[in-house]
Design a protein around this ligand. Structure first.
Ligand code: GLN
Ligand code: ZN
Length: 750
């Protein structure tokens, strides 16, 4: 048996790529300097994989921005506007990723989307009528050669044609079928060129095969691969899937003339059954994804070995469940106590796991197995028995808010007496340098608690006063105490750990550092009550309490594997519920519970949406707010409007008001809400906060009129798309002044 990986993080152990690229964007270093850093990183990562004993090392998994974009560029799927612009090849590439505005022209960035159910974003290429698919790039070949020059024989990786066509966008009147022929030809040319360079293998990543596949898509897939595999130029082809199982196409895959198939045995709940039921051909190699590429816990060797025993395939290569892109680089730079650290495996440590598992299989790794067994035998954390009892004792009533929505709406209407079309914001105000410095110096102990508090209170005072002045109806405190909407809560909950360097690429040069759920989660102390109560004391208008919901907290953390995600989420929900009740007791009567990441973790297959996810995600949210009085108003917020297909689920959250991003999506969502007779009050964002542009009063009036054409006036709130923390103060103030003015104008028309 041998070992392989699907891909490795590219940002670098110390995020060298991020820093170099950002310097290049700021024109502080040259293109050559950026390329030199990139080259160094590639060499380092290949060598690391080699030293740690990976037998089959990929190349072209590296990217200066995104490998999906790299594939589009390789095949010339580049808008004419960018082709024509007088920029270097590198700058054209970055223009596609981030847009370009300068003396050479003005082009918009291609859109970005979440990569399957991960927090990674890929750049979405667009096929247009004029798109000429052909082999146009050379990065794939260069990187193979680069490794070869270092004496490392790699397996080049490329997004496969099915996933490429499936995840791209199409201009009006253009469809995937038109591109089958040129695309197949271009892939074949890639095969030939690679073979000429001395390559022996290629890995085609086809994660789109784990989604629901229609008949039409299956035909597309068959056509692509029939064409493609007719002449492989002597290369061994590894068809690699991940993020789930391939139940809709398994029987097709095993009949293809490919040499190897990569399957995910962790997220692919049915993978083992598929292989057992249908068998795996003796003439192919099975790349078994058994080391988790998405989570940071040590592999349980005994369990993995038992799984491997069950796989009825003759040739098995040990691999990761997906690219290691989704985990941080190494645990070597962390400062956790050894007894904690020993439970973690980041990307570099997962390479060790593959080698050790392989050794054990070969009968040469008894000491590894013994050490691993000891690690898993010891009690890692002490379970909170009281919490378990509390969770077990929850009955229907704990998940049901009383009275029903319509009755609450009446009670709240009387209690708040808000004007028609109430105005509000989503929570955060700009995080200026001073706001960040205040937190950082306090954290380092260079500021007393009193000084820290005084600073935040002064910010709150100023912004409360300003919100009153411009005439907002429901105020916010501004979130000046928070760095991040998940980390902030994690820091105040037991059971959470925070890494020092656990960065994971989110898109391009942006990274996230997800906190780790280590043990049972319990609220240690009131978290937000102090700030919200202070803010409410400064105004006669309602000030919204501001919380992150349990599903989002869980989705943006590394979850435990020793208990179910459902149980972890319910623990978090109980903690946030305590916070809700404390806020209410402190006189906060409008509470917003953000669920920015609810949609993101929706299972890839529709049939799993409820059974695998919503069936516990919805109750978790309901548990958080079911204990409040009828006159306490619960808001929730989603940073996107793509919930057309889960509108009933959103309604089941049973909040009173929902705000969401809408300005960029032409309010299309409103048609659907109307059609499905959505009963909640809604605040569709009336302007885009992702851009510094200030919307005019007329523009906002226009948007409000469009909303009122679809939603009964008494159910409409007026607010921006999302929080304002990444914006500057001038545009924030100008935009909100226009928002309140536009609302007043419309109210007069009513
Ligand atoms: N209340 C948060 C804020 O305003 C919401 C952020 C989000 O939805 N991503 O910053
Ligand atoms: Zn948002």
């Amino acid at each position: 048996m041998t070992t392989s990986i699907i891909g490795f993080p590219r940002i670098g152990e110390h995020r060298e790529l991020k820093f170099a690229t950002e310097k290049y964007f700021r024109k502080e270093i040259s293109a050559e300097e950026l390329q030199a850093t990139a080259k160094e990183l590639r060499a380092k990562h290949w060598r690391l994989a080699q030293e740690r004993g990976v037998d089959q090392i990929p190349s072209n998994d590296f990217s200066l921005y995104d490998t999906f974009l790299d594939t589009a560029v390789l095949f010339n799927i580049v808008p004419e506007q960018v082709q024509a612009i007088d920029l270097s090849e590198l700058d054209k590439y970055f223009a596609l990723a981030r847009g370009y505005q300068g003396d050479k022209g003005d082009v918009r960035a291609l859109p970005m989307k979440k990569w399957f159910n991960t927090n990674y974003h890929y750049i979405v290429p667009k096929f247009e009528a004029g798109t000429q698919v052909k082999l146009a790039g050379h990065k794939l070949f260069d990187e193979f050669q680069e490794a070869k020059d270092l004496g490392i024989h790699t397996r080049p990786v490329l997004v496969g044609p099915f996933t490429l066509l499936r995840l791209a966008e199409y201009a009006e009147g253009v469809n995937p079928v038109q591109f089958i022929e040129p695309l197949v030809a271009a892939y074949k040319e890639v095969f030939r060129r690679l073979a000429d360079l001395g390559a022996t293998d290629i890995q085609l990543d086809e994660p789109a095969l784990v989604k629901d596949i229609s008949e039409l898509e299956l035909t597309l897939f068959d056509k692509l691969y029939q064409g493609l595999l007719a002449d492989k130029a002597g290369l061994s082809v590894l068809l690699q899937t991940y993020f789930g199982d391939v139940r809709d196409v398994y029987s097709h895959l095993v009949q293809l003339p490919v040499e190897a198939i990569g399957l995910d045995f962790l997220e692919g709940r049915k993978t083992l059954d598929l292989v057992k039921e249908h068998g795996f051909p003796a003439d192919k190699v099975l790349y078994a994804g058994v080391v988790n590429g998405k989570n940071i816990w040590r592999n349980d060797y005994a369990k993995t070995l038992a799984l491997l025993e069950e796989i009825p395939a003759q040739n098995v290569v040990l691999s990761t469940s997906c690219s290691l892109l989704h985990v941080p680089f190494t645990t070597a730079n962390e400062e956790f106590a050894p007894e904690i650290l020993s439970h973690f495996a980041f990307a570099a440590e997962k390479l060790d796991e593959l080698r050790e598992l392989d050794a054990i299989r070969a009968g040469q790794g008894d000491e590894f197995l013994a050490a691993n067994k000891a690690l898993f035998a010891a009690e890692r954390t002490v379970r909170n028995a009281e919490l378990a009892t509390q969770l077990a004792g929850l009955d229907d009533a704990a998940f049901t808010r009383q009275p029903a929505l319509a009755e609450r709406a009446m009670a709240q209407h009387q209690a708040f007496n808000l004007p028609v079309l109430p105005t509000t914001t989503i929570g955060s105000f700009p995080q200026t340098r001073e706001v960040k410095v205040n937190r950082a110096t306090f954290r380092r102990g260079e500021k007393t608690e009193a000084e820290y508090t005084a600073f935040i209170e002064a910010e709150i005072d100023e912004w409360i006063k300003w919100q009153e002045e411009i005439g907002l109806d429901v105020l916010v405190h501004g979130e000046f105490e928070r760095n991040d909407m998940v980390e902030y809560f994690g820091e105040n909950l037991s059971g959470y750990l925070f890494s020092k360097n656990g960065w994971v690429q989110s898109y391009g040069t942006r990274g996230v550092k997800p906190p780790i759920i280590w043990g049972d989660v319990k609220r240690e102390r009131p978290i937000t009550v102090k700030w919200s109560a202070y803010a409410q004391a400064q105004s006669d208008l309602p000030v919204k309490g501001m919380l992150t919901g349990p599903v989002t907290i869980l989705n943006w953390s590394f979850p435990r594997e020793d208990i179910t995600i459902k149980e972890s989420t319910l623990q978090i929900a109980l903690a946030i519920r305590e916070e809700v009740l404390d806020l209410e007791a402190a006189g906060i009567h409008i509470i917003q519970i953000d669920e920015a990441a609810l949609r993101e973790k929706l299972p890839l297959r529709k049939s799993d949406w409820y059974s695998e996810y919503l069936d516990w995600a919805i109750p978790a949210f309901r548990l958080v707010h079911s204990g409040v009085a009828p006159t306490t108003q619960i808001h929730t917020h989603m940073c996107y409007s793509e919930f057309t297909d889960i509108i009933p689920a959103i309604e089941q959250l049973d909040a009173d008001v929902i705000s969401f991003e809408a300005s960029r999506s032409n309010l299309h969502i409103l048609d659907e809400l109307e059609r499905q007779n959505f009963q909640l009050q809604v605040g569709p964002g009336v302007y885009d906060i992702h851009s510094p542009r200030v919307p005019s009063v007329e523009e906002i009036e226009h948007t409000i009129r469009a909303i009122l054409a679809k939603v009964p006036t008494e159910r409409v709130w007026i607010n921006p798309d999302c929080g304002l923390k990444t914006r500057g103060i001038p545009e924030t103030k100008a935009s909100l002044v226009n928002l309140t003015q536009a609302t007043r104008n419309i109210r007069e028309e009513l």
